[in-house]
Design a protein. Structure first.
Length: 159
């Protein structure tokens, strides 16, 4: 029994060390899911330098989705929203234009379905929507990045 005790202690310490390392690794790899959307947008776009661009350049890298209508989380309210999207390159805009009906509109609808009328009444809720859209759309686009989402028109009405 005396010869077996050091082996048992060593084995127990090794298993404990492996569990601790696995836990730390797991949290670092998958722990940032609940990050603040505003902070996530800042991190996603901080590598891209925003330089003042001319109106002609802005037209080349900007796309629009007009009059998207859907319910909010409170199904007694309908929202109609028009959005503009500014990208870092023309290739990103072209890719966005190809997928905006099939992939981007459902992303926007899902983002709106979880928002309440109280959140959408103020600018903070609209800023959260824009930040969430930037994160979601950047995960879909393979060429370039979405830099800015602008709300061009917004109407919320009870049914």
């Amino acid at each position: 029994m005396r010869k077996l005790l050091p082996w048992l202690v060593s084995l127990l310490l090794a298993i404990t060390l492996i569990v601790v390392v696995a836990f730390i690794f797991w949290n670092n790899l998958f722990g940032d899911k609940n990050k603040d959307p505003d902070q996530a947008v800042k991190e996603a776009t901080e590598s891209v330098q925003l330089e003042p661009i001319s109106a002609d350049e802005m037209v080349k890298v900007t796309s629009e989705l007009i009059d998207i209508s859907t319910n909010l989380a409170d199904t007694d309210y309908i929202v109609r929203i028009s959005l503009s999207f500014q990208f870092d390159s023309e290739k990103a805009k072209e890719e966005f234009d190809k997928i905006k009906e099939n992939e981007i509109k459902p992303i926007i609808n899902r983002a709106l379905w979880v928002m309440t009328p109280e959140e959408m009444s103020g600018t903070k809720g609209k800023d959260q929507l824009a930040a969430g859209l930037i994160n979601s759309i950047n995960s879909v686009i393979t060429e370039g990045k979405l830099l800015k989402v602008g709300i061009k028109g917004f109407v919320m009405t009870p049914i």
